[in-house]
Design a protein around this ligand. Structure first.
Ligand code: TTP
Ligand code: MN
Ligand code: MN
Ligand code: MN
Length: 373
């Protein structure tokens, strides 16, 4: 049958920062599969195919309606032959044999399981797989395996932190951390970032920025907040990284490079009573022990870098990647979590808000909830 392209006049950009992507995904049946294929490529260190699948998924997420036939994706950017073949399988058979093959692969299963542990990356997962290990039980039972502190916490709280964090839980954590920060410094500023700032209902962690209105006053604040959380008995794990910001350095080219802000990766104890008070929910006494462990990221940039940090930590990762790629390829500028540098004019472009940064890049402002690329 004839099939009209739903996106014919949309003129979809290859850059996620020129698209609007809400949390409403009309093409989940395709994007779930494509993201799984991307992850498999990542495990196989096939960077090109990994990026191609991620970009394809991101384009489909931005579409205003579901794709019902291949004709509808004609003219869309970033959809290569592999992607189209996968989409064709799904359109015809309602399933993808290619992804089923991946899902049944022993190595893929093991690497996916191992990397689901906090503190375990693809390299460690691969090492364990090569040693013949296949389950988390086997890893814990293996006497020759040395887990670092982060991985030990990852195993200890595995059940809790592999369970999605709800918006309600994120709000409860925000209140706790805000109260703690204000107790130490009444004028401190706490902002929600990450997926919850983009309007997601669930996340794997909760991300915050913490700063002070006056330059330099943020020094020492994060450590005092951590101490206070420990005193309150809710700090289950803390990995603190001091600031290594070097103002003279040009923005980093590599997206995956960690930023240099002082930060901490935490596991906090969240009392369920805390949320019931907020939401007026009834407690189910049979079901729980009354608290859960939650992953929290807390970043403390100096206030003059705040806008860049906020933009960088709000994500999504694909949105950030494309924002940087757009800056470099289309504007001759270098963007990262700390700064924006104009390579032609040889100068740094200051910003006090995300709007300033979009304006420097000559981009229309994209609201956080439209950045779910
Ligand atoms: P995540 O918390 O990993 O992802 P998310 O909040 O979008 O989704 P969820 O937690 O629900 O799975 O990262 C949030 C953003 O922070 C992401 O765009 C990447 C950025 N980020 C950095 O810039 N530097 C870092 O060191 C890390 C860990 C993340
Ligand atoms: Mn997050
Ligand atoms: Mn994540
Ligand atoms: Mn995070």
């Amino acid at each position: 049958t004839e099939c009209s392209p739903p996106t014919a006049d949309a003129n979809v950009s290859q850059y996620a920062c020129l698209r609007r992507t809400t949390t409403e995904n009309h093409n989940k049946i395709f994007t779930d599969v494509l993201e799984e294929l991307a992850e498999n490529s990542e495990f196989n260190e096939s960077k090109g195919p990994c990026l191609a699948f991620r970009r394809a998924a991101s384009v489909l997420k931005s579409l205003p309606s579901a794709v019902h036939c291949l004709g509808a994706i004609q003219g869309l950017p970033c959809l290569g032959e592999h992607t189209k073949a996968v989409m064709e399988e799904i359109l015809i058979f309602g399933r993808s044999f290619k992804v089923e093959e991946v899902q049944s692969d022993e190595r893929y299963q093991a690497l996916k399981l191992f990397t689901s542990v906090f503190g375990v990356g693809p390299k460690t997962a691969e090492k364990w797989y090569r040693r013949g290990l296949r389950s988390l039980k086997e890893i814990l039972a293996e006497p020759n395996i040395q887990l670092n502190r982060m991985q030990r916490a990852g195993f200890l709280y595995y059940r809790d932190i592999s369970k999605a964090v709800s918006k309600t839980e994120a709000k409860a954590l925000r209140s706790i951390i805000e109260e703690t920060a204000h107790w130490i410094a009444p004028d401190s500023i706490l902002a929600l970032t990450g997926g919850f700032r983009r309007g997601k209902e669930y996340g794997h962690d909760v991300d915050f920025l913490l700063t002070m209105p006056e330059m330099g006053k943020e020094e020492g604040l994060l450590l005092r907040v951590i101490d206070r959380l420990r005193d309150q008995g809710i700090l289950l794990y803390c990995e603190h990284q001091g600031s290594t910001v070097d103002m003279s350095k040009l923005p980093s080219r590599r997206f995956e490079a960690m930023d240099h802000f002082e930060k901490c990766f935490l596991i906090l104890r969240l009392e369920e009573g805390q949320m019931e008070r907020d939401e007026g929910l009834q407690k189910d006494p049979g079901e729980s022990r009354g608290w859960r462990a939650v992953r929290v990221d807390l970043v403390a940039p100096p206030v003059d870098r705040y806008a860049f940090a906020l933009l960088g930590w709000t994500g999504s990762r694909q949105f950030e990647r494309d924002l940087r790629r757009f800056a470099r390829k289309e504007r001759g500028m270098c963007l990262d979590n700390h700064a924006l540098y104009d390579k032609t004019k040889k100068l740094f472009l200051p910003a006090t808000s995300e709007e300033d940064i979009f304006a420097h890049l000559g981009l229309e402002y994209v609201e956080p909830w439209q950045r779910n690329a």
